[in-house]
Every structure is written in C-alpha cells, then in structure tokens.
Write a new protein. Structure first.
Length: 258
C-alpha cells in the first residue's frame, strides 16, 4: 500500500478497533473463557482448550467451552496435573463438532507433559521466541512438542501445522489473547516476554474477506502466506501492535459493516 492509502485508511481502521475491541465483545466470544480465571496456569489452559474448539457457531463454541470447564471442575490446571482416571473418564462424553472425548483426553495428557517437563505453554513460547526471535519457529516447535506423546493420528487435525502452510487461525488467536494487553480489556497480556509486534493475525473467513475488501490482502486462499501478507500490511498501520486490528476486521465481517 502507498503512504497515501495508509494515511487515508488508518482513521477508519482505528475507528473499528474502538468499536469492536472492547469488553462488550467479550461475553459472546471464546476469549471470555480465560477471563473466568485468575491464575496464569488456569488462564493458559482454559484459553488453549477454548481456542481449540473455536470453529463453527460462536454461541455453540462458548456454550461447549463453558461445559468443558465445568467438566474440569472449574480448575483446569489442577485437573491437568492431578485428575484421577475416574475424573478423566467423564471427558469421554465431551463433543464439539469433530472434537470428541478421546481427542480431549490426549489434549489433557499432552498439556500435563508440557507443564511437567517444559514449564507450561507460555514459558515454552516465551523461551522459544527469545531463543529464535521468530514466532513461526515457535509455532512449528510447539506443534512438534504437543504431538510428541503416542497418539491417534486423527487428533492431529485439531491443532494446525504451520509446517503444512495452514493459517493456524485458532493457535494465532490463542497467542494473541496471551500476548496482547491493551486498554480494550479483551486480551490478557500474560506472556510479557513476547512483543505484540511479533505475533500474527488469526486469519479467518471474516477477517480475510474484510481485509480483501479494504485492500489489506490480495491472496485468495486463507493460508499461511495470506497470514504473513495481511499481518505485514497491518504492520504498516501499527508496527508495534499490528494484530490489534483483529477484532476490528472480524467484527466488521460478522456485523456486515463492510
């Protein structure tokens, strides 16, 4: 985009941020789930599980995420680390679209491994970013770590792989929740060793369509190349915090503002 195009579009994009990136948007969004908790570990785990099932109808996503938290006794970290086999057996009844109880059980076991052996999700991402300076490497390494335990092949479809050029929408959305901290009160800002400038847009159908309509994205497929393109364009508008425009683009899409 030219400097003139950026100068002309920026006030409109910033107005969308003010409209959609605020607490009123939280209740109907999966980000409401980690907001239920007060400790880093509970927020990380609940947010990760909520983002994992964040596809399909938003009301169903939030409803099922609340159900899953209740099945974890509203103590996700304790459940991951200490749950008995009887407690875990109840998870066999959980279903959200194609994510079923067996998938959920593997996610719990993998999370236990990550917290027991690697200090937790946040510490892993923060360490890998500090070591490499590249969130793309951190994303790829997290995927390898997450599936490092014996597992059925089908469970891998529930965590996208950047190595396979996927957009990794849900994982990028989760990272955004954990990294960003702003006056809007939406994102949690737990992972302070990763700058907001380093993360990538959680590209989906809505943000992609709005991005193309505004000239922020030319690529037709919603894949990793498109994520890099639109995030790079948004860095022209705010180099320090390009992904602040996520809710702006998503909100404009679902509310048919554009």
């Amino acid at each position: 985009m030219t400097e003139q195009e950026i100068e002309e579009l920026k006030p409109y994009l910033d107005s969308l941020v003010l409209r959609f990136n605020n607490p009123d948007f939280i209740a109907d969004d999966p980000v409401s789930i980690p907001h239920l908790f007060g400790t880093r570990e509970d927020m990380e785990i609940s947010g990760f599980l909520a983002s994992t099932i964040a596809w399909g109808n938003r009301k169903a996503i939030v409803k099922n995420a609340h159900r899953l938290m209740r099945m974890l006794g509203m103590e996700p970290y304790r459940f991951v680390m200490e749950a008995s086999q009887d407690e875990k057996a109840h998870l066999c009844d959980f279903v959200h679209r194609t994510f079923n109880g067996n998938d959920c059980l593997y996610f719990i076991e993998s999370l236990k491994n990550i917290y027991s052996e690697h200090g937790g999700i946040g510490r892993f991402f923060e360490d890998r970013y500090e070591q490499t300076g590249d969130m793309r490497i951190a994303l790829a390494d997290f995927h390898k770590l997450f599936f490092s335990l014996p597992h059925p092949q089908r469970v891998e479809k529930h965590l996208s792989s950047i190595a396979k050029k996927a957009a990794c929408k849900r994982l990028n959305m989760y990272i955004k929740w954990m990294v960003r901290k702003d006056d809007g009160g939406v994102d949690l800002g737990l992972w302070k060793r990763i700058p907001a400038s380093a993360i990538y847009l959680p590209l989906d159908v809505h943000s992609g369509n709005v991005g193309r309509a505004l000239g922020l994205l030319s690529r037709k497929q919603n894949d990793w190349k498109a994520v890099e393109e639109i995030t790079g364009t948004l860095r022209l508008f705010d180099p320090a915090d390009p992904v602040k425009y996520d809710f702006a683009l998503f909100g404009a899409g679902i509310n048919k503002v554009i």
